[in-house]
Each structure stands twice: as C-alpha cells, then as structure tokens.
Design a protein. Structure first.
Length: 397
C-alpha cells in the first residue's frame, strides 16, 4: 500500500515541491511508502494508475488541486475519485473563495480539511456536501539542514504583493459604479477595523456589510445550484485587497529598521523607501532558505488566523520571527509568547521590532521555545494518524 502526494510545480515560486518533499520525508518516517505524482504533467492520472497493483491508502493534495478531475464512464461523467474509489484528502491553506471548484467536491472518498477554522466555516456554509469540512493543525512541514548563522543585522520580509492603490484602479476600470462603491465601502471598513482591533475576521465583516447595506445582488444564491460567483468574487477580491494592505502597512511601520524585502510588486514602495530598506526579486522556495538567516529574523504577514508556511519554515530552521497570526484559539497561554506576534494597530509592530533589536539573541531563544511547544502540540505522528483514520472512513464497502 502506498500513500500518494499530488504535486503542482507551476505555482509561483514553486512552494509545493519543497513542502511535498518534506511531507514525503515525514510520512516515510511514520512507516509509509510514499510516491509523488506531478499533476502539471498531462499524463498524471495514468501515473497514478501505476500504483493500483500495490494499492493506494490515500492521496493527499494541497488546495484541492486535482479534486475536480472527471472521467467519461459508460456515457456519463464521473468524478475521478468516485471512479477509482481512492480516498482523497484535500488540505486547504487558502480561503475557499479563491478556487471554489477545488473546494466543492462531494464524494464519500473526499475529505476537505482547512488550516483555518474560518475557512472551514465558509466552506461548510456555501458548498453543499454530505460530509462537513474539518480543521487540521498542520505540523512543521519543513525538514532542512541548519545553515551557518550570518551576521547580517536586518529583518526580512518574503512576500509578493500588488499595491492596494493599483487594485482600486483596476476595480474602477472593471466594475460598475454600484459594484465599485460596494467594494470600496468594504475596503475602507476593513482597513479601519484592522487598524483598531487585535484581530478582524474579515469574511464575517463582509457578510455583515452585505446585510447592512442591502446588497442582495452580492448575497449567495439561496436555492441549490444558485449562482455564487459574484459572492465568491466579492470575498476573494476583498481578501486579496486586505492581504496587500496589511503588507504595505507592515513595511511602512518598519521605516526605521533595516529590512530586506524579497518579492514582486514593491516598485512603488521602493521609490520612497528609506535607505535601510532593500528590495530584491523573489526566489523559488527551494532557493530561499538562506533568506531566513538574518540576526533579527522574519516578519511574516499571515493571510489567515493560523501560522503561514513562512513562519513554519522559520520555526523549523530555529530562527527568529514575528507573525501577524492570531493563535488565541489554539494556545490557552499564548500571552507567554506575545513578543512573537503582532497586530496592525498603531506602533505595535514598531515596538516589537525595537524589542528584537535590543535583544536579538533573546528573541531567537523565545522563538525556539515556541517552536518546540508547537511541535509537541502538533506532532507529525498525530497528523498521520488523522490521515489514516480518514482514509479508513472512505474505504470501499
């Protein structure tokens, strides 16, 4: 019996190849025979079929990639996973509004697991499936040899962006006046709340705005099969806007600190940036491990409430980090690690960066303490046990 991981090498900066190689390492350490199938290649279904003789315990994929594939079977169209009767476990790190078709498969053989509880709630609310989506706590999915520690005194941000001003210009060109006004009301509301509150569940805010402003034309279809495209698009575009807004706010807050910024989209910011900020091209994940090894460490703008993979990588490498994730629901005593986490309220990030600069060694040790606690709480053996449990639930009768 084999476990199979679906990989997609065409993602920007190719993150899945690195994460799946590590995932394979840990699954093998838990006694699994593991194969990786590249779905960017046209013959991947045939490649998957090569493992039928030995049997397949389960197939694991990120973001639901490959879940919507169908086959023509006896003059009708069937989902691949129903046809093959193979358990498919989809682990989603993105919000469902980004790729709705990758989140909606209804099959006894498919399980949708989300890294963020808010994402799972949205999925369960808006995709009609007999089995509810669940939440999964992802262990540290990086396994790399530690590098030599350099002496460079700076923070690092690894992030591709599009400036919010450019997003607004595109909205103005593409949307009707009614749509543009609705989007801008949401954008301004979210920016205001993000600047005041420790955490904002912004998809809940968007639903509140639809109800408060009588935006029935944005509301999701009520009847089964109702058109959800406008609703998902509204959530997707505002989520994307918020991610970029928070990135710009963070870099602006760090004007007095040395920062190396890697990624696309920073050209406008770079024109007026202080001399202590440098802007460089992004790198594929396979080539970017050395970027994490600076004396002050990573500043990570998480796209969700949970830890982003960049923070996971910093933790696995034993380096310092500051993250905008909010882990109040995960750790009862998260206040012990308040120095590692920030919100976007005025001066908060600056104050935490100043604390790092005053005591970088203490900051790294605090980050390592948290990483050890996280790894104890969300260890890989428990993760694999959950995968095994789900696979057995889907076993053919």
């Amino acid at each position: 019996m084999k476990a199979v991981i679906l990989n997609w090498k065409k993602g920007e900066n190719d993150p899945f190849s690195v994460m799946n190689a590590t995932l394979r390492h840990y699954l093998r350490a838990c006694g699994k025979e593991v194969e990786i199938v590249e779905i960017a290649e046209g013959n991947w279904v045939a490649k998957l079929a090569e493992f039928f003789a030995d049997g397949i315990e389960f197939v694991l994929t990120w973001q639901g990639l490959g879940s919507s594939v169908t086959l023509n079977d006896e003059a009708r169209t069937r989902n691949l996973w129903d046809k093959l009767r193979i358990p498919l476990i989809c682990i989603h790190g993105d919000h469902p509004s980004y790729k709705p078709t990758n989140n909606q498969l209804e099959s006894r053989y498919c399980f949708h697991l989300y890294a963020d509880a808010g994402f799972a709630r949205y999925s369960n609310r808006h995709f009609r499936r007999g089995r509810s989506a669940g939440v999964v706590d992802i262990p540290l999915v990086f396994h790399e040899p530690r590098l030599e520690w350099p002496a460079e005194d700076c923070f690092v941000i690894i992030k591709n962006i599009e400036h919010p001003d450019e997003i607004e210009k595109r909205w103005q060109q593409q949307l009707s006046r009614r749509e543009f006004d609705a989007y801008m009301i949401a954008a301004e509301t979210l920016k205001s709340r993000i600047g005041r509150e420790s955490y904002v569940e912004h998809h809940d805010v968007l639903d509140e705005l639809i109800a408060q402003n009588n935006l029935e034309w944005l509301a999701p279809g009520v009847a089964p099969g109702g058109d959800m495209s406008g609703y998902h698009r509204y959530h997707r575009r505002l989520d994307y806007y918020v991610r970029n807004h928070r990135s710009v706010v963070a870099v602006t807050a760090l004007r007095d600190f040395p920062v190396r910024i890697f990624g696309r989209g920073w050209d406008g910011i770079a024109q007026s940036a202080p001399a202590c900020h440098t802007f460089e091209a992004g790198r594929d994940m396979a080539d970017s491990q050395p970027l994490y090894y600076t004396r002050f460490g990573l500043v990570d703008i998480s796209p969700a409430k949970c830890l982003h993979d960049r923070t996971h990588r910093a933790m696995a490498n034993g380096v310092g980090f500051l993250s905008s994730a909010n882990l109040d629901d995960n750790f009862a005593d998260i206040e012990r690690y308040e120095s590692l986490f920030f919100s976007f309220r005025p001066h908060e990030l600056e104050e935490k960066c100043a604390r790092v600069v005053r005591d970088p060694e203490g900051h790294v040790e605090r980050a390592r303490q948290f990483a050890r606690e996280y790894q104890d709480k969300y260890n890989f053996r428990d993760f694999v046990t959950k995968l095994d449990f789900l696979a057995k639930l889907a076993s053919p009768l």
